[in-house]
Design a protein around this ligand. Structure first.
Ligand code: ZN
Length: 353
């Protein structure tokens, strides 16, 4: 396939709403870099947030742990920098990779973290995956949103046992992970496209609190609800206060694996790109995205690293070869498990709409 790419950052012309100028440079490369307060100022803000939550209940922070790089780094940082008492919450969608399970176990053992694994009935999750594949040609919106609904529900239902509502800390980096136009993280998108039957089934799930669901239903992207924002206030004090650590501290993707390896023997697969190997469905998602938009999440991440001066164009084009652009062997078995015929996957459906 001959792909027209931005001459600078390698984003393909098929990326929704991308505009290339006469020199073949995209509008994202021409935008001024996002300004951020000075690192010391951000660290001060983080110190203040932590101070509010310190010593309040049995746990000072809830951390969603997947066994992947970012969430592991959150636990490492909170322990090293603040010595926080953390409760780990793992949302098990039934497709965690062996790497993820080993990393998760090594992490909680090394730091003495209590871990709660939330694993909703597979029959229900599979119904949701099948529904979104049939209507929108994607399935990641299910976990993107269920993870937050389960964590908020757990925190709410355990308020008495936990002593108070702890601070939730995530490792989602807007800079590297946000994909405007093709993002499937919005709660509004998720709920707007659920059938009434599936909604009723969601509310009836034993781990789900309807009050938490109702609070989150109108949130755009749960990962971007900033503490002290109107959206956050609207959630009320019944659900967790959530911050994303990359909003406050430097997020160096290239240094993290070495730090985590030295800390507790963290591992990642070799000979392939290093993103999201915590979920065995990731290659399917990348393939579906490539088929529809001519790019993967890795392409987007690489394009950002180029703009930041952390990766050369040549190196990025080399890294692109590791992306999942062909049909993964796991696709058909996955569809069979869901009872979805390959013909039923809606390839016309726009993601995030
Ligand atoms: Zn560009």
């Amino acid at each position: 396939m001959n792909i027209i790419r931005c001459n600078r950052c390698i984003l393909p012309a098929t990326y929704p709403d991308l505009r290339l100028n006469g020199e073949g440079v995209c509008h994202l490369c021409l935008m001024p870099p996002e300004t951020r307060p000075a690192p010391e100022e951000l660290k001060k803000r983080l110190d203040e947030i932590i101070a509010v939550h310190r010593g309040k209940g049995k746990y000072e922070a809830l951390v969603g742990l997947s066994g992947g790089k970012d969430s592991s780094y959150v636990a490492y940082y909170l322990r090293r920098e603040y010595g926080l008492k953390m409760l780990g919450i793992n949302f098990d969608n039934g497709y965690s990779s062996d790497y993820a399970v080993r990393n998760l176990t090594a992490l909680v053992d090394a730091y003495g973290i209590d871990l709660v694994v939330l694993r909703p009935a597979q029959t229900f999750l599979k119904k949701l995956f099948a529904h979104f594949l049939r209507t929108h040609g994607e399935f990641c919106s299910v976990c993107n949103n269920m993870g937050y609904l389960l964590m908020a529900s757990y925190s709410l239902s355990q308020q008495r046992a936990l002593g108070y509502t702890p601070l939730g800390v995530g490792g989602w980096s807007k800079k590297y992970e946000f994909q405007p136009g093709i993002s499937v993280t919005s709660m509004q998108y998720f709920f707007k496209n659920l059938t009434p039957e599936l909604f009723a089934e969601l509310i009836a799930q034993p781990f789900i609190e309807e009050k938490a669901v109702r609070a989150y239903m109108n949130v755009r992207d749960p990962r971007q609800v900033k503490i002290n924002s109107n959206e956050h206030t609207a959630l009320g004090d019944s659900v967790i206060s959530l911050i994303q650590l990359p909003d406050y501290v430097p997020w160096d993707l290239f240094r993290m694996p070495g730090i985590l390896r030295a800390e507790f023997g963290w591992e990642q697969p070799s000979g392939r790109h290093d993103s999201h190997f915590d979920c065995t469905l990731f290659p399917i998602k990348e393939y579906l995205k490539f088929k529809k938009y001519g790019l993967t999440q890795e392409t987007i991440k690489n394009s950002i690293l180029i703009r930041e001066g952390l990766l050369t164009r040549e190196k990025a084009l080399e890294r692109i070869k590791m992306e999942q652009t062909t049909e993964p062997e796991s696709l058909h078995p996955f569809l069979r498990e869901l009872g979805v015929d390959p013909q039923e996957v809606n390839e016309e459906g726009e993601w995030s709409r």
